[in-house]
Design a binder for this molecule. Structure first.
Ligand SMILES: Cc1ncc(C[n+]2csc(CCOP(=O)(O)OP(=O)(O)O)c2C)c(N)n1
Ligand SMILES: [Mg+2]
Length: 706
């Protein structure tokens, strides 16, 4: 059908009727979906419709029949609250679910069920739920941070895979940010990093509408954003009115040739066309209401009572725009790739493995094994040896720390490793600088582009990464988060640097796999276990201090780590001692001391609660028999949650306060992490079972005193 499609109130704006019809279709879909849901954020999505239309139909290189195409341009809506914008675009472009499933990624029926259970149109865009959503967004600026990782990945992939005449990777990354994204610290870190790296394939579009939730931005945000980005080394373009389509198109064109990341500052009016709400915070997250919605539609020259109206011409505009350009581009790429495959078969094989999320055969062929004769080895040092062995065989494994590679021991030192630097992007060593938040967000973007990213820092500073870390779990991305300096035993730097509550907090996160290996061989087993996991992130928690290498000829093999928890030592079942990480060696010492006194204990190494919880009940009962309630759990971390394994009658030796600044040995004595304290606790639980007086708090005081 045909509707009148003029720009109404926007009479002075450039662009033809052929442009305004799809733009007004987007605006009215946004209005109707939010109105129907009685929930959502109409204003920014309405205002950004011209950006969506021009970017998709004039610029984006995107195959609508395959949203997973490796070399597609990426569109990330960092201002995720404006989700109806991207749902409208995916619908109008008729993007399919995948190359193998031609159903629509976003059917109109789901737009009509915006924000309802089972709809692909969730409140905020969710990667994995909705095909075509590149990244889960909503926490402000985290999507922008991920876009930096996608652009970094683009540079690395091009450097590694492209050959003369074979531009396998030359995709560009576009992200849309609002005032909120611009205010957040993570966005500043990410922009600083992108500027340093001269990521010419990155373009951020800033919806500068001077309104946020509380009101006009002059309440809290008056800086010169353009000057800030210029200082970061970005190219900055301006569009004075988002409805000036010619200016938008010129800005995209300038960004494409800027040779560095680009910011396009676009002035807009939030909720444009809604007579009383436009330009105010009321348009941010309130349904417009019937009268206001009708008036807005009239201002667009739209039938005021039409609901979810998509004129054929709107589909046609996207078919002639993004779809036609994308399919031609894709066909050319497929042809090029076919001859790449015959010219560079080894690289093509790598490409296939990487994009399937697989690892090269023999990737773990020469992982180091450690013996007690090697002396004591710190968790972080063992990990460095293993990481180097793995990375040498998996070229697309990139690793970087937040200025802590020498401390986290995450530097790749083999000859071919190299550094990822501006203009020479082929290295496997990334440098995030002291930017933990951006590092974790960028790692998400790297993973979304097929890279296996490893990002590292101190466990205590995982707090700085909470937002993006959470998104890595929510999206199920295979990011390896290495957290070293894993306890008060990091010592003299004191309580500001000593993690206490962090393990409990990481373990509370659905989908994140915790791994705190006990010794060097458990570190090797940890890498062997974690790298094939592609369904979600792993937190590999490592000691700063040296740890004894457990004698595996006397005790069980470290291969048990794969099940999360395993019986390490067993000389009777008077009690069970459960420990993780650095405390496992203490548990063994206590076990031996108790044996000399005729008390037979089992030591359970529990490096991963998440992996252990995934085992069947029979295995868990085998390791922790329900009948054996005399249990002592020991870990240099907050006790929260340990009741799950220690049981009501058990004693938990853990941290109930922050640490202190002192040498590690003194701290361990002070806080009760000694073999003697563990042995005393075992005696108490055994006696307590007879006297039936199990009490965690009292018992732990006893234990500390012992
Ligand atoms: C990290 C984070 N903090 C707070 C919020 C809640 N929030 C959602 S949108 C927004 C700011 C809205 O301002 P802007 O980005 O300018 O969006 P607009 O009102 O222009 O649509 C805030 C604070 C959030 N989503 N993420
Ligand atoms: Mg705003």
């Amino acid at each position: 059908m045909t509707v009148r499609a003029e720009n109404g109130a926007l009479a002075d704006s450039a662009g033809s009727a052929a442009d305004w019809l799809p733009i007004n279709t987007i605006r009215t879909l946004v209005i109707d979906a939010v109105q129907q849901a009685q929930s959502g954020h109409p204003g920014a999505a309405m205002a950004l419709a011209p950006v969506g239309h021009t970017l998709w139909n004039d610029v984006l290189r995107y195959d609508v029949s395959d949203p997973g195409w490796l070399n597609r341009d990426r569109f990330v809506l960092s201002a995720g609250h404006a989700s109806m914008l991207v749902y409208s675009l995916l619908h109008l472009a008729q993007v399919r679910r995948s190359a193998h499933d031609s159903a629509l990624a976003v059917p109109l029926a789901d737009i009509k069920r915006f924000r309802q259970l089972g709809s692909v149109c969730a409140g905020h865009p969710e990667h994995g739920l909705t095909p075509g959503i590149e990244c889960t967004t909503g926490p402000l600026s985290t999507g922008a941070g991920a876009s930096v990782g996608m652009a970094m990945a683009g540079k690395w992939l091009a450097s590694h895979f492209n050959r003369d005449g074979f531009p396998v990777f030359d995709y560009r990354v576009y992200a849309v940010l609002g005032d909120g994204c611009m205010m957040e610290g993570l966005g500043s870190e990410a922009a600083s990093l992108a500027g340093h790296l001269r990521l010419s394939n990155l373009c951020w579009i800033y919806d500068s509408n001077a309104v946020t939730i509380e009101g006009p931005t002059d309440l809290a945000f008056t800086e010169d954003v353009a000057a800030r980005f210029t200082a970061y080394g970005w190219h900055v373009g301006f569009v004075a009115d988002v409805n000036d389509l010619a200016a938008l198109r010129a800005a995209y064109a300038a960004a494409a040739v800027a040779g560095r990341p680009s910011l396009i500052v676009v002035r807009s009016i939030i909720g444009i066309g809604a007579p009383t709400k436009q330009g105010t915070a009321a348009a941010h997250s309130e349904p417009l209401g019937v009268a206001e919605a009708q008036a807005a539609k009239r201002s667009y020259g739209w039938p005021q009572d039409a609901q979810f109206l998509v004129p054929d011409e709107a589909y046609a505009a996207f078919a002639a725009g993004v779809a036609a350009r994308g399919s031609a581009r894709r066909a050319g790429w497929d042809t090029m790739l076919a001859s790449y495959r015959s010219t560079y078969p080894a690289l093509a094989a790598q490409l296939d493995l990487m994009s399937a999320g697989e690892l090269p055969a023999g990737w773990d062929a020469d992982l180091p094994e450690f013996s007690p004769a090697d002396g004591e080895v710190a968790g972080r040092a063992a990990s460095q040896a293993v990481l180097n062995a793995v990375a040498a065989r998996v070229p697309w494994l990139l690793t970087g720390a937040s200025d802590l590679a020498p401390s986290t021991r995450t530097r790749l030192t083999f000859d071919a490793a190299g550094d990822f630097r501006p203009v020479s992007y082929g290295g496997q060593n990334l440098h995030f600088g002291a930017r933990e938040s951006a590092a974790a967000a960028a790692a998400n973007g790297l993973a979304l582009a097929g890279i296996r990213p490893v990002q590292a820092g101190f466990l205590v500073f995982s707090d700085f990464q909470r937002g993006p870390l959470r998104l890595s779990a929510l999206m199920g991305l295979p990011v390896v988060h290495i957290y070293s300096h894993d306890s008060i035993s990091m010592g003299e730097d004191g309580p500001t640097h000593q993690p206490v509550e962090h393990l409990a907090s990481l373990r509370a996160m659905p989908g994140l796999i915790d791994l705190r290996p006990a010794d060097a061989n458990e570190v090797t087993a940890a890498w062997r276990t974690l790298l094939p996991i592609t369904s979600g992130p792993v937190a590999l928690v490592l000691s700063k201090q040296e740890l004894p290498v457990i004698d595996r000829s006397r005790y069980a093999s470290a291969a048990g780590l794969a099940r999360g928890g395993y019986i390490l030592a067993e000389r009777g079942l008077d009690a069970i001692i459960i420990a993780s990480g650095s405390e496992v060696a203490l548990a063994i010492e206590a076990h031996e001391d108790l044996l000399a006194d005729g008390i037979g204990t089992r030591v359970v190494s529990l490096p991963s609660w998440a992996l252990f919880a995934r085992q069947d009940q029979a295995y868990r009962d085998l390791v922790l028999p329900p009948a054996v309630t005399a249990r002592v759990a020991v870990e240099q971390a907050a006790t929260l949650g340990w009741e799950r394994w220690a049981g009501n009658a058990g004693i938990i030796i853990g941290m109930r306060s922050f640490g202190a600044s002192a040498p590690a040995r003194d701290l361990r004595r002070h806080f009760g992490f000694t073999a003697e304290a563990i042995a005393a606790a075992v005696r108490t639980v055994i006696a307590g079972r007879q006297k039936d007086t199990g009490n965690e708090e009292i018992a732990s005081i006893d234990a500390a005193a012992g």
